[in-house]
Design a protein around this ligand. Structure first.
Ligand code: SAM
Length: 326
């Protein structure tokens, strides 16, 4: 029997409390109910509405209408298959992670009804459904399952690639990006592989993989393939001259508070009006600071970014990705 008014959220283990605080801060009439590591269910006082499962809840990687709890994976899957579900995806709490299981399924199309079977313990399987929509991850449990290649200078490579996968981001070869906090170079390495040239801002040194593609002067970033210019100074000292013309992407991954990061973002985006996309890793002392998310989203809104999303990705610890498009 379906759990009429219950939904469940899949999140990073350890983010359950922040998720509930975030829901409360959004004034959603959702009452938290059963909870395990990486899994929080809510009873929706007003019933499940059309937009309930596409609410932008940063701590939830997936929201599902709860269909119920079952004793085996096969039983849960067969209930979903009889329920008009087009794709059944699988997830589990395993090794302290809420992980999606890649079983070679095709990605869902927008509008497809997707089922999720999530294993929380030996014989505890929950089944739920959601409709795939723009802005939702195509992957089981919102986990791209991407692995860090050996030559990646840092785990930041993984954070960028997970964001690309979660939101379906597109980089065009020939684009120019600026990244604040670029050392040792995981993000720069990924961007260069997408054909994007990067102005990297950081007083610290770069990994040799990236240093090998460095040019001496900003003016040398051009049409001859992707290259890297190291602007070796703190973000606050970046000038219009360092930026030059035609920067399309702003990225930031500094060990700074959201307020400092967003202040630097505003300064750079104002100096470079050609910037169309912003992707920021916001580092939080405490995850519960997500209660302040409306302020962060508003700061990008004030800069003209109309589509702003905040998301904790499967590879994040005490951090979130903030995306803005204009
Ligand atoms: C997490 S690491 C960045 C990882 C990097 N994005 C990568 O892809 O490997 C944080 C970096 O932020 C830099 N940082 C901190 N404050 C900064 C500031 N005010 N301006 C520029 N860089 C800063 C640090 O030097 C450090 O290298």
């Amino acid at each position: 029997m379906p759990d009429a008014d219950f939904i469940f959220a899949l999140c990073n283990p350890g983010s359950e409390r922040a998720l509930k605080l975030e829901v409360a801060a959004m004034c959603l009439p959702w009452k938290s109910s059963y909870q395990r590591r990486g899994f929080v269910s809510f009873k929706l006082e007003e019933g499940i509405q059309e937009d309930s499962l596409i609410k932008q809840i940063a701590c939830a990687r997936r929201l599902c209408r709860s269909v119920g709890k079952y004793g085996s994976r096969a039983e849960a899957a067969s209930v979903l298959e009889g329920d008009g579900v087009k794709h059944v995806q699988y997830a589990r709490y395993h090794l302290k992670k809420m992980e999606g299981m890649d079983e070679g399924q095709p990605d869902p199309e927008v509008g497809d009804l997707v089922g999720t079977v999530v294993q929380l313990a030996g014989k505890e399987f929950w089944a739920g459904t959601h409709q795939h929509a723009d802005g939702l991850s195509p992957d089981p449990a919102g986990d791209g399952g991407i692995e860090l290649p050996e030559d990646a200078p840092s785990r930041a490579w993984l954070k960028l690639e997970e964001a690309v996968r979660f939101w379906g981001l597109d980089f065009s070869p020939g684009d120019i990006a600026i990244e604040l906090g670029c050392s040792p170079g995981g993000v720069v390495h990924a961007l260069l592989n997408y054909g994007v040239s990067v102005i990297g801002v950081d007083p610290a040194r770069m990994d040799k993989v990236v240093a090998a593609k460095a040019v001496e002067r900003r003016e040398e970033l051009g049409p001859d393939g992707p290259a890297f210019y190291h602007c070796r100074k703190p973000a606050a000292l970046v000038s219009k001259r360092d930026l030059g013309e035609g920067v399309r992407w702003f990225l930031s991954d500094m060990n700074q508070s959201p307020e400092v990061t967003l202040k630097e973002c505003a300064r750079i985006v104002t100096m470079a009006p050609s910037i169309r996309h912003v992707l920021i890793t916001l580092k939080l002392g405490e995850l519960e600071a997500v209660e302040r998310k409306a302020d962060w989203i508003r700061s990008l809104g004030e800069l003209g970014f109309t589509d702003v999303r905040l998301q904790q990705l499967a590879v994040h610890n005490r951090e979130f990705a903030l995306l803005g498009l204009r």
